[in-house]
Design a binder for this molecule. Sequence first.
Ligand code: ATP
Ligand code: MG
Length: 213
Amino acid sequence: MRALFGGSFNPVHNGHLILARDILEDFSLSEVIFVPAMVQPLKGKLLIPPEVRLKALKAAVSLQEGFRVWSYEVEKGGISYTYDTLREYHRIYRERPYFIMGADSFATFHLWRNPKGILRLSRLIVVSRPNFNLNFRKVLLRVDPGAKVLEVERGGVDFKPSADVIIYRGRLLEISSTEIRKRLREGKSVSYFLPESSLEVIRRWQDALQKDV
Ligand code: ATP
Ligand code: MG
C-alpha cells in the first residue's frame, strides 16, 4: 500500500521528511509519494518558484528508499485539486491509498473540492502539529458524519487500520516552510531545517537572483 503526501513544499523541510519516514514504517507502506502542488487553492502568493520547489523536493527524496515524487500536479499546471489527483491515481493504480495531511490542513478540509469524494478515494492520515489544536470530529461532521475514525500512536507496530480517517499521534516537529521562508527573507541560515541537498538547490536559485540584480 502507498500513501500520497500533498503539499506546496515551499520549500520541503525535515518536518515533512521525518513524518513521511515515520508513516512509511508504521503503516508498513511500500512507498510515500510526494505530490507537490502547482498552486495551493487556499494559499496566497508563493515565494519560491515551482521549478525550484520541485527540484529541492526531488533532491530531498531521490536517494531515499520508499520515497518518490509524483509531479503530476505541477506538470498539469493550473490549480490542483486533490480530488482530481486522486482520480488520476486510481486510474493508474486501482487502489485506495492513504493521503497524509497535517491537522492545520484538515481544519479547512470541508472547504476543499469534493471532500467526501476524497474520503471515498483515499484514507486520510491526519497528523498532529505543534501549536495546533483541532476538533477532528467537528470537521468530519461537516464532511461525512458516517466516516470511520481511528486514533493511533506513533510506533504502533505494523498496524493496518481500515478506518476512513486515521488520527496519527506522531512526533511533534516544530518546523514549517513559512518559518524557513521568513528566515531566508531575513538573510538567516536555514541549515538543519531541510536536507543539505535541497538547501543547495535553494542557494543556487538565490545566487542566480543576486546576479540578476
Ligand atoms: P507553509 O508554512 O508554507 O504552509 P508547511 O510547513 O505547512 O508550509 P506544506 O507544504 O504546507 O508545509 O505542508 C504539506 C502538508 O504537510 C500539510 O498537510 C501540512 O499540514 C503538513 N506538515 C507540514 N509540516 C508539518 C509538521 N512539521 N508536522 C506535521 N505536519 C506537517
Ligand atoms: Mg502548510
